[in-house]
Design a protein around this ligand. Structure first.
Ligand code: BT5
Length: 254
C-alpha cells in the first residue's frame, strides 16, 4: 500500500497463500465486489493460460493476480483491456529500469522470452458486460530450475534477466498505478491512444514475420502496424492486408 497511488484499482485486495487460479476466484466473487478489486496469490495450483493451457505459478516467485473490472462498454471493446494491461506492465517495468517488449496481444517478452502473460475473460449478457477479469502472471523471482526444460527456451523471469531479486510489492503497485492511469480514459472516453503508442513503440512483432492461426488455418505474413482500435495489421504472403482481432488468432513470431 505504501507504493499505491490509485483511486480504486487495488484498493480492495483478496490475498491468498495458495489458490487454484486467481482468475477463477475473481470470477466467483466478481458480482459481490467493487471494480478494481484484485485477487492475488503467492502460488497457483492450477494457473490458467488461454485455451485451457497451463500457467506455471510457483510460490512467492511471481505476481499471480486478477483484477475485477466493470466497464460500461460493449463486449467487442474488451480485447482492448488486455492491451491496457500489457502497456501497464511494460511501463511499470520501465519505471523500475527494466526494458521489455509487448508481443501483441497478451505477452510481455524480454530478450525474446516470455516473462508475463495476460488472460482476459468476461461475462456478459444481452450485449452488456457483467464483469471483466484480467489475469496477469509475471515471472518475477523465478530461477531457471523453476521452469521445465521445454519452457526455459521460451520463458524467463525478471531475476534471470536482471541478475537480481526484484521487489514484488513495488512492481505490483507500479502495475496497478499504471493500469489505472490507462484504464480511466478508456472507461470514460474510450480513449486508448497513449496505450496504442506504447504497444507500437515497444512492439515485439511490428516489422517481423508472423504466423497467424485463425480457424485452424495457418498463414504467414508480416506484422505492419497496430491500428487505433488495437488490432494488428498483417500483410500476408499473397499481398492481402488484414486487421487481426485478438480474440480470433494466435500469433507467433517466426
Ligand atoms: C497466457 O496464456 O499467457 C496467459 C497467462 C495468464 C496467467 C495469469 S496468472 C494470474 C491469472 N490466473 C490464472 O489462472 N491465469 C492468470 P497463453 O498465451 O495461452 O500461454 C500459455 C503458455 O505459456 C503455456 O502453454 C506454456 O507454454 C507457457 N507458460 C506456462 N507457464 C509459463 C510461465 N510461468 N512463464 C512463461 N510461459 C509460461
Amino acid at each position: 500500500k505504501e507504493y499505491l497511488s490509485t483511486k480504486f484499482v487495488g484498493r480492495n485486495i483478496c490475498y491468498f497463500d495458495t489458490i487454484s487460479s486467481t482468475n477463477m476466484e475473481a470470477k466467483r466473487i466478481a458480482l459481490k465486489n467493487p471494480e478494481g478489486t484484485v485477487v492475488i496469490s503467492e502460488e497457483q495450483a492450477k494457473g490458467k493460460g488461454r485455451l485451457d493451457r497451463n500457467w506455471v505459478s510457483p510460490p512467492k516467485k511471481g505476481i499471480w493476480m486478477s483484477m475485477i473490472l466493470k466497464p460500461e462498454t460493449e463486449p467487442t471493446k474488451v480485447a482492448k483491456i488486455t492491451l491496457l494491461g500489457a502497456a501497464g506492465v511494460n511501463k511499470a517495468l520501465e519505471d523500475m529500469g527494466i526494458y521489455s517488449k509487448i508481443k501483441w496481444p497478451n505477452d510481455i517478452v524480454i530478450d525474446g522470452k516470455k516473462v508475463c502473460g495476460i488472460l482476459t475473460e468476461m461475462s456478459c449478457e444481452l450485449n452488456m458486460i457483467n464483469y471483466v477479469i484480467m489475469g496477469i502472471g509475471i515471472n518475477v523471482n523465478m530461477d531457471r530450475e523453476d521452469f521445465s526444460e521445454n519452457l526455459i527456451n521460451k520463458a524467463t523471469s525478471l531475476k534471470i534477466e536482471q541478475n537480481k531479486e526484484i521487489n514484488r510489492k513495488e512492481l505490483l503497485a507500479g502495475i496497478l498505478n499504471r493500469f489505472e492511469e490507462f484504464y480511466i480514459p478508456f472507461k470514460e472516453d474510450n480513449e486508448i491512444s497513449e496505450v496504442i503508442e506504447i504497444c507500437k513503440k515497444n512492439s515485439a512483432l511490428i516489422g517481423k514475420k508472423v504466423r497467424v492461426i485463425k480457424d485452424g488455418e495457418t498463414k504467414t505474413g508480416k506484422a505492419l502496424d497496430i491500428n487505433n482500435e488495437g488490432q494488428l495489421i498483417v500483410m500476408f504472403e499473397d499481398g492481402s492486408i488484414e486487421n487481426i482481432f485478438s480474440g480470433e488468432v494466435s500469433v507467433r513470431g517466426l
